[in-house]
Ligand binder design. Structure first.
Ligand SMILES: [Cu+2]
Ligand SMILES: [Zn+2]
Length: 211
């Protein structure tokens, strides 16, 4: 009789142990939580299709399906919308398309700055995104050797306050790698970038968006 009891007891323990393994397995499934954290990192960015860089896979693999759109607002009053800037990975590189509005007519310096903040009238965005500590220039012409990675030149705004720009840059990616511009800011300046040193003499920061 005690043998049967002992066998039964062993069986119950075995079943209980395997149930614990199953429960622990369910609780440790991290995918839902990880995704929620990912989007919480980028409150101002609207990620249209997922696949942001969790793994060190080549960017090309996530490229074609991904577009991120960043809202631009006035640094003097964040309730004033200044249009948007979208980032799409293509075979030729990162496509940056800006469609701005409510901006004074003329040429305005347009850069990626280092820090993901629009506070303090845009000053909290820090300096130009410059991973290689090079001089200021115009990335499409000067390349990473002679321009900051964030040097996107100027955007031309018409009398109606609107302007657009489209650049494809093979040097840049939208992630947090060396030339990745995720987790940074897009700054629209008060004045024209004249490509002088150290930062183009473009004056104050009138528009800002967080990547
Ligand atoms: Cu700038
Ligand atoms: Zn620069």
């Amino acid at each position: 009789m005690s043998h049967i009891f002992a066998a039964l007891r062993a069986f119950v323990i075995a079943v209980a142990a395997s149930l614990l393994v199953v429960v622990a397995g369910c609780n440790s499934n991290p995918s839902a939580d990880t995704n929620a954290g990912e989007s919480a990192d980028t409150p101002a960015a609207q990620v249209e299709e997922t696949a942001v860089s969790e793994t060190p896979e080549p960017t090309e693999d996530i490229a074609e399906s991904q577009t991120v759109t960043v809202a631009m607002t006035a640094t003097s009053d964040p309730t004033v919308e200044m249009g948007e800037v979208s980032f799409s990975a293509t075979d030729a590189g990162l496509l940056i398309e800006a469609n701005l509005k409510n901006v004074p007519a003329g040429e305005h310096g347009f850069h990626i700055h280092e820090v993901d903040s629009c506070e303090e009238g845009g000053k909290a965005a820090g300096g130009h995104f410059n991973p290689d500590k090079t001089q200021h220039g115009y990335l499409p012409d000067d390349g990473l050797e002679n321009a900051h990675a964030g040097d996107l030149g100027n955007i031309s705004i018409a009398e109606d306050g609107m302007g657009s720009l489209s650049l494809t840059l093979s040097e840049l990616t939208f992630d947090t790698q060396q030339y990745g511009i995720k987790g940074r800011s897009v700054i629209l300046h008060e004045q024209k970038d004249d490509f002088g040193q150290p930062t183009g003499n473009a004056g104050g920061r009138i528009g800002c968006g967080i990547t």
